[in-house]
Design a protein around this ligand. Structure first.
Ligand code: CA
Length: 233
């Protein structure tokens, strides 16, 4: 399980919304050095558009933006996607400012100026929480109970083999994110992907029959030339 989460880290995407270019680039560098993917937005409007376009795991959000209020953005993002982690940045260190930030739904708070070490420690802590949090994973009417290791669609239990379960869990942890055959092979089978092998396609097809059979909305889709994606669209 730990191994799985260690690997998950490679896939994390961080959105930085910060109008001070130097600070944004500084954080960007910290994030990249940690091996994560980074997107930088310098206004609230740009940040909103990036958030809706890409699957973001963590938002590093400046509280005072020229065109927007970071606390307002924070509330909106949490409403749109409750599992996203938000780290709020501010030049203010007064207690009431911290409380206001956390009240708007932020997971943590960092006061400027901060060091690269402080930033990376906060990011690591948020990712631990982010990945440890779910007891169940959901997409539309499909739910996976990760404690009982049981899948339910529209109230009906689906019987899965161990590998099918692991495959579905991996899909549900990456809703909307296209997964290549080699990513799937490495995460679910722990093996280096052999392009000659069709093991991934075989298992995805088995899983698809069980999960999407009889459902009007198909959740597992093929992306030609790329791999697979699970989403509700
Ligand atoms: Ca600012």
């Amino acid at each position: 399980m730990c191994d799985f989460y260690d690997k998950m880290k490679d896939l994390m995407k961080i959105l930085i919304i910060e109008d001070e270019t130097k600070i944004a680039e500084f954080i960007g560098q910290v994030v990249r050095e940690m091996g994560h993917e980074v997107v930088i937005a310098s206004t609230g409007a740009e940040g909103r558009s990036q958030f809706s376009q890409s699957q973001v795991d963590l938002v590093i959000l400046d509280v005072m933006l020229p065109d927007d209020d970071g606390k307002k953005i924070c509330r909106e993002f949490k409403t749109l996607k409750s599992q996203v982690s938000i780290l709020m940045l501010t030049a203010l260190s007064r207690v009431e400012d911290k409380v206001a930030g956390l009240d708007s739904g932020a997971d943590d708070y960092l006061t400027k100026p901060f060091s690269a070490d402080e930033m990376s420690a906060r990011i690591r802590a948020l990712f631990r929480r982010h990945t440890e949090r779910p007891l169940s994973l959901k997409c539309g009417d499909l739910e996976l109970d990760v404690i009982k290791r049981q899948a339910i669609r529209s109230g009906t239990a689906i019987r899965l083999t161990t590998k099918e379960y692991e495959l579905l869990e991996y899909f549900l942890k990456n809703i909307g994110r296209p997964l290549t055959r080699s990513q799937i092979a490495e995460h679910v089978w722990d093996l280096h992907f052999d392009p000659e092998s069709n093991v991934v396609d075989v298992y995805v097809n088995h899983l698809r029959k069980k999960v999407d059979a009889g459902a009007t909305k198909k959740l597992i889709k093929t992306i030609v030339g790329q791999g697979y994606v699970l989403n509700e669209e």
